[in-house]
Design a protein around this ligand. Structure first.
Ligand SMILES: NC(=O)c1ccc[n+]([C@@H]2O[C@H](COP(=O)([O-])OP(=O)(O)OC[C@H]3O[C@@H](n4cnc5c(N)ncnc54)[C@H](O)[C@@H]3O)[C@@H](O)[C@H]2O)c1
Length: 347
């Protein structure tokens, strides 16, 4: 039985808690939260953009701590699951690894490369696992794209175009603070940066143009340069001011012998595919694969299943490992450098 301690009972802490209940071989044995109402089990004030609303919980079988140090001192815990605001990720992750715990930390890994390296060094020294919550590959559309890529049946990967745009999240604290969250580059586009890294590796340079807010990228287009013979890769991401389309994401991925298409948006209260997952083949066919549930809760459950399995087997995850997560931060940082500096940035 893997015994988990969750640090931070906000939106993600609740999503993780609820999904661990659906998995075998794992138990949430401890929670740490500074808000005493939440720690006492009243989760009605927790807000998010998917999943069930927060309700009153029975936490009588769970150890509860207000201090992160006390959580780390709990010797019965094998895995610390960090669902705290991004600026707090590095310190608690390093301390947890030093306390001989495995760590699963929500994205973004950290706000700087320096902190990512500090986290990886602590993991290497302790011999414990460090996993980062990049859930996108566990969503059916992205999982499908990854499967098609890994099958190698469509020939060479020629490039791709990735989109992720949200309404300005006015309800989120510190969203536009470089020191706390890092705006949409590190909060939002990080998902695509990680996916681009998995599919294409690291580019030579990146060139980004767009709008800037508070010295952070607000809305932008990036061209990732993999050399004249390499894939042609672009991304568009950021926030818009209108609340009517709160979320949109999608991709177009080009292979020699196939193209994968998909676009999804939430308009008003209506969530729908603008283009369902579609496979175009060289013989002119348009195929629509049947994919699994599009409920984000199921993607998180699949992600946590991978985390628990890695802990049980004491083996790193090919998707959730710290190296890929650190490269994703680097891709983000270089896009910001390019946007603010007005020229392409070397990786
Ligand atoms: N994978 C995804 O799609 C996804 C979606 C949303 C959020 N996230 C990530 O999850 C993380 C948390 O985001 P969230 O939306 O749940 O935030 P949140 O603000 O809802 O929750 C954070 C919780 O941490 C608690 N906290 C803060 N400092 C603390 C401390 N020192 N000790 C104990 N508790 C403390 C807060 O009281 C709050 O309850 C972020 O890194 C965010 O980027 C990921």
């Amino acid at each position: 039985m893997v015994r988990v301690g969750i640090a931070g009972i906000g939106f993600m802490g609740m999503v993780h808690y609820l999904n661990y209940q659906k998995l075998r071989g794992v138990k949430v044995a401890a929670l740490c939260e500074q808000d005493k109402t939440r720690l006492a089990g009243d989760w009605r004030g927790i807000k998010g953009n998917f999943g069930p609303p927060g309700k009153k919980m029975d936490l009588s079988q769970v150890a509860t701590y207000t201090s992160l140090e006390d959580l780390l001192a709990d010797e019965s815990i094998d895995l610390i699951d960090i669902t705290l605001p991004p600026a707090l990720h590095p310190d608690i992750a390093v301390k947890a690894l030093e306390a001989d715990k495995h760590v699963f930390c929500e994205k973004p890994m950290a706000l700087t490369i320096r902190d990512c390296k500090r986290m990886s060094a602590a993991a290497n020294k302790s011999g414990k696992l460090l996993m980062i919550g990049h859930v996108l590959p566990f969503f059916p559309e992205y999982g499908w794209a990854l499967k098609e890529f890994r099958s190698r049946k469509h020939g060479r990967l020629l490039g791709g175009n990735f989109k992720r745009v949200i309404s300005n999240p006015e309800w989120l604290n510190n969203y536009w603070s470089p020191k706390h969250v890092g705006g949409p580059m590190l909060d939002l586009h990080i998902h695509d940066a990680h996916f681009i890294r998995i599919l294409f590796g690291m580019p030579n340079t990146v060139s980004t143009k767009g709008r800037v807010k508070n010295k952070l990228a607000e809305y932008w287009n990036s061209q990732f340069d993999y050399g004249s013979k390499g894939p042609v890769v672009q991304a568009c991401s950021g926030t818009i001011n209108q609340q009517g389309r709160s979320f949109a994401h999608g991709f177009e991925i080009h292979f020699e012998k196939a193209t994968l298409l998909f676009e999804f948006a939430v308009m008003g209260k209506q969530a729908s595919y603008l283009c369902p997952p579609t496979l175009l083949t060289n013989d002119g066919k348009v195929k629509r694969p049947k994919l699994g549930s599009g409920d984000p809760m199921d993607a998180f459950r699949a992600e946590l299943k991978e985390v628990v399995s890695c802990v049980k087997q004491q083996s790193p995850s090919t998707i959730l490992n710290g190296d890929l997560a650190r490269d994703a931060i680097r891709l983000c940082q270089k896009q910001t450098d390019s946007l603010l500096g007005g020229r392409s940035a070397k990786l």
